[in-house]
Design a protein around this ligand. Structure first.
Ligand code: NDP
Length: 322
């Protein structure tokens, strides 16, 4: 089978498509035939070494497909079942290994490409809007990179939960998409100071929550946009890591909260993973939520997909289709 492998961390030229042995499922594991693999920022961090991994390895954590083989001790799944996961051991491949307790069943009404596109970023938006902070109708929130993969889902879920949503984007095309997803106001943060815009939009009162997956370029100004006792949810760093923060800044800003959450901690228990996936797929089935797949690439174009993601050229979701 083919797999996209990394031998030495580096740029997108570190990706190599290779023929590798077909994986055999160990105890508690599944092998799934990958219908589609999600391209996520974490894959770029794994590839570059920003999040170090033992080399060589097959890239990719997100996939949807059908169960091809089942290891000992797995009662929940059988060969042929449709499943998705955000925790595959190498999803940029024809076949991927996954621990059975990190796979979720995909309902009939949801096609496998949609499941691959929605799961990781959808679960993320789900816990960010319903777990890290429980958004409600009185909340005003700022979502950076609002036309990105997580961004478009965050905008929709924040609206589903009743919040007023301000988004930031870098282009006219992205602005249109963020508005279509439901953003009440969209700010081009590459052209205007988003802090000034937020001050005006909130009448100087500030925001309840800032969702920041962009990191170094936006973090400081975002803190200044919060109301007293507001929450900074720093969930990523697509522009680079944030410098260490002096806790006194949270005091000076008005008893602010700062959290740096990750999906694994909000889906660690199987029951929580299944409950979040269930609501996510339910919203997709009822069309309350849509996922925008903007590009599909074969495995041997994984490097181009990374270049586009890291170069701010993607909107919504990019998939690899083996
Ligand atoms: P996106 O589709 O959002 O792509 C990243 C976007 O960030 C770009 O499109 C761009 O939007 C914006 N951006 C701003 N500055 C830069 C820059 N210098 N270089 C590149 N992009 C920039 O990616 P994902 O949806 O896959 O991920 C978004 C973030 O969420 C990532 O930081 C990721 O690590 C994080 N994440 C965190 C999780 C968690 O549980 N903590 C889980 C999943 C993702 P624009 O052009 O509009 O500025």
């Amino acid at each position: 089978m083919r797999a996209v492998r990394v031998h030495e961390p580096g740029g997108s030229d570190a990706l190599r498509v290779e023929d590798v042995d077909i994986p055999a499922p160990g105890e508690g594991e599944l092998v799934i035939r990958v219908a589609a693999a999600g391209v996520n920022f974490i894959d770029a961090y794994h590839r570059s070494g920003a999040y170090p991994r033992q080399t060589p390895f097959t890239l990719g954590v997100e996939a949807a497909g059908t169960v091809e083989a089942v290891g000992d001790g797995v009662a929940e799944f059988s060969v042929g079942d449709r499943v998705a996961t955000a925790d595959a051991v190498g999803s940029y491949a024809d076949l991927a290994l996954v621990a059975a307790d990190r796979a979720v069943p995909v309902p009939e009404a949801v096609d496998l490409e949609t499941a691959a596109a929605a799961l990781l970023q959808g679960l993320t938006a789900h816990y960010l809007t319903g777990g890290t902070y429980r958004l409600g109708k009185d909340d005003r929130v700022l979502i950076h990179a609002a036309a990105g993969g997580v961004g478009l889902l965050l905008v929709q879920m924040a609206k589903l939960r009743g919040a007023t949503v301000y988004g930031t984007v870098s282009s006219a095309e992205k602005e249109t998409l963020a508005r279509e997803a439901g953003a009440d106001e969209v700010i081009r943060y590459t052209e205007a100071d988003f802090g000034d815009e937020i001050a005006e939009l909130t009448g100087g009162e500030g925001l309840d929550v800032v969702y920041d997956g962009v990191g170094s370029a936006t973090f400081d100004r975002g803190l200044e946009c919060l109301r007293p006792r507001g929450m900074m949810v720093l969930f990523g760093q697509s522009s680079g890591p944030v410098e260490p923060v002096d806790p006194q800044r949270l005091n000076a800003g008005g008893s602010l909260f700062l959290t740096r959450p990750k999906l694994g901690d909000y889906t660690a228990e199987r029951a929580e993973l299944l409950a979040r996936a269930d609501e996510l797929f339910g919203w997709l089935e009822s069309s309350q939520l849509t996922v925008k797949v903007s590009e599909r690439h074969p495995l041997d174009r994984a490097a181009q997909a990374h270049d586009r993601l890291e170069g701010r050229q993607t909107v919504g979701k990019a998939l690899l289709v083996p």
